[in-house]
Write a protein that binds this ligand. Structure first.
Ligand code: UN1
Length: 517
């Protein structure tokens, strides 16, 4: 592994962050959240980038009142016209693609290609939502009664709450906000306090475009602590849907509070994603996919490849080749050309990584690559070397059941596909899964229509676990929370369904043939 240095250090002026009244350029004295300012740090250097003034309970209440009004206006705008606003937001994001992508990299440490790729994902979902704005319709259903018509219509749901994690500080909002907007909802976004600047810049673009087109208040941002803002949001009956991304522990709490008020939740939580590699796999393809899936975004995607389940006949060769590939990876400044792995988000992640490595060793695992921190020259930030850990014989490695949000890939071996599938499905989470094989019999077992294959929301054949396109529904089962975002019919989560029955005859006919005379 080699390292690079010299990060660019400030958000691009074209993003207009300095004009935002919440922006705090000089963060001297802003120590801790009790100062009323959240400081955003560059994880590559450990230096502050800037601060953001926090919302209070009062400003939250004011925002919600205004949103209730904004919702009444927005829901009355025809859906295709709402689509035009989303189209203009997509266009504006295109003009800010590089600047915003670089801000993502600066603030959360993913490499430039991934930062820009993330904003592209928001542009993609905006395009998708524009199409949807002319398609969000319902079915007409045959009625059992003559001269009756039954149909479904889909109506705007209300102001919705979107809680996002640090690792996708732009796109996860995009998946939710672009769909919600064409569905006629207004969006309240609570971003992670680790990435408030990206949120501010992103929301400002959407809000400015919508306001210029005469639609103020569709996109709102509330930046605050979980205690002051998060808890209020999830308990707030004015928000009929809470869409939350984060850890399983966080999701369990959000789910319970929202269920307590009979609200709706869309949860996108942890993953513990595995790649199964069969003896007849194309190893070059498998290797490239595993390396991208395991070390991309420094192992901080919910879709990161955390486990490789390799057939015993190819496991040694695969691990050797993975270790060789890992040794050529450049770790360093995420904005520098050639870097493949940037920093992790902070010291807590470094600690979690080191702790997991120590536990893996205690449990008989062998560290084949990485396993320690690294200090790229000129950068004082939080860096770890992506690690490969081989499970001991018998595959007993309890630490691999946890999702440590860092670049650690555990490798297991198997002799029979059923064993591999059982291992793949043995974790609590059910987000993403993959198999590499040249045999359709094998891959169809992995995708078996009877449900005995992968138990995850995402299943890939000859592709890695991360990097979903927006056109499909994104999300997972079990402790991943069951929510679906982005493509397919995910839009339905943002609308309420109304079953309409119309009698256009002159007689009252009761269903089920009931006579009441
Ligand atoms: C996440 O890590 O929360 O499939 C989302 C992927 C990306 C989204 C990841 N399109 O890896």
């Amino acid at each position: 592994m080699s390292t690079t240095a010299s990060p660019k250090h400030a958000p691009h002026p074209s993003l207009g962050l300095h004009d935002d009244p919440r922006f705090v350029a000089d963060v001297t004295g802003a120590e801790g959240l009790s100062s009323g300012v959240a400081v955003s740090y560059n994880p590559a250097t450990g230096d502050p980038i800037a601060g953001v003034r926090l919302d209070s309970a009062d400003s939250y209440e004011r925002t919600l009142d205004e949103m209730t009004e904004a919702f009444r206006r927005w829901r009355a705008v025809p859906a295709p016209e709402r689509g035009l606003v989303v189209r203009a937001i997509g266009e504006e994001l295109r003009t800010h693609l590089d600047a915003l992508g670089e801000l993502v990299s600066l603030e959360v440490g993913k490499i430039r290609a991934e930062g820009v790729g993330e904003v592209q994902e928001t542009i993609d979902i905006a395009d998708y939502a524009v199409g949807l704005s002319r398609m969000v319709g319902g079915a007409t259903i045959p009625s059992e009664r003559p001269m009756h018509r039954m149909m479904e219509q889909w109506l705007p749901l209300g102001p919705i709450g979107v809680i996002t994690a640090f690792n996708f500080p732009n796109a996860v909002w995009g998946w939710n906000a672009m769909l919600a907007a064409v569905c006629g909802d207004v969006v309240l976004w609570k971003p992670s306090l680790l990435a408030p600047l990206t949120a501010m810049a992103t929301n400002a673009i959407a809000d400015r475009v919508a306001s210029d087109m005469g639609h103020e208040g569709v996109f709102r941002l509330v930046i605050g602590t979980d205690d002051e803002v998060g808890e209020r949001m999830i308990a707030d009956r004015r928000l009929p849907l809470i869409s939350a991304t984060g850890s399983c522990a966080m999701g369990r709490h959000v789910g319970q509070v929202v269920a307590g008020r009979l609200g709706r939740c869309l949860l996108e939580l942890g993953g513990n994603n595995a790649v199964i590699v069969e003896p007849d796999a194309d190893l070059d393809l498998a290797l490239k996919s595993i390396v991208f899936g395991a070390v991309g975004t420094a192992g901080q995607r919910c879709t990161t490849t955390r486990r490789v389940i390799a057939h015993e006949s190819i496991a040694d060769e695969l691990v050797d080749r993975m270790a060789k590939a890992y040794s050529t990876i450049t770790i360093g400044d995420p904005l520098a050309e050639g870097t493949l792995v940037g920093p992790v988000i902070g010291q807590r992640t470094v600690d979690a990584y080191l702790d997991a490595i120590a536990q893996a060793k205690d449990q008989g695992g062998t560290v084949v690559a990485g396993g320690e921190t690294v200090s790229p020259e000129g950068l004082g930030g939080w860096f770890v070397k992506p690690a490969i850990v081989r499970a001991p014989k018998g595959n007993e490695l309890p630490i691999a059941m946890d999702e440590t949000f860092a670049p650690i890939c555990y490798v297991f071996t198997y002799s029979d596909l059923n064993e591999a599938l059982a291992m793949q499905n043995s974790v609590d989470q059910g987000l993403s899964s993959a198999i590499f094989s040249g045999s359709v019999r094998t891959t169809e077992r992995f995708l078996n229509v009877d449900g005995s294959g992968s138990d995850c929301g995402l299943a890939y054949v000859n592709l890695g676990t991360s990097g979903a396109e927006i056109g499909g529904a994104f999300g997972g089962e079990k402790d991943t929370g069951g929510g679906r975002e982005a493509g397919s019919d995910s839009w339905k989560a943002y609308m309420r369904r109304q079953t309409c029955t119309i009698n256009y005859g002159n007689e009252l006919r009761l269903a089920q043939g009931i006579r009441f005379e």
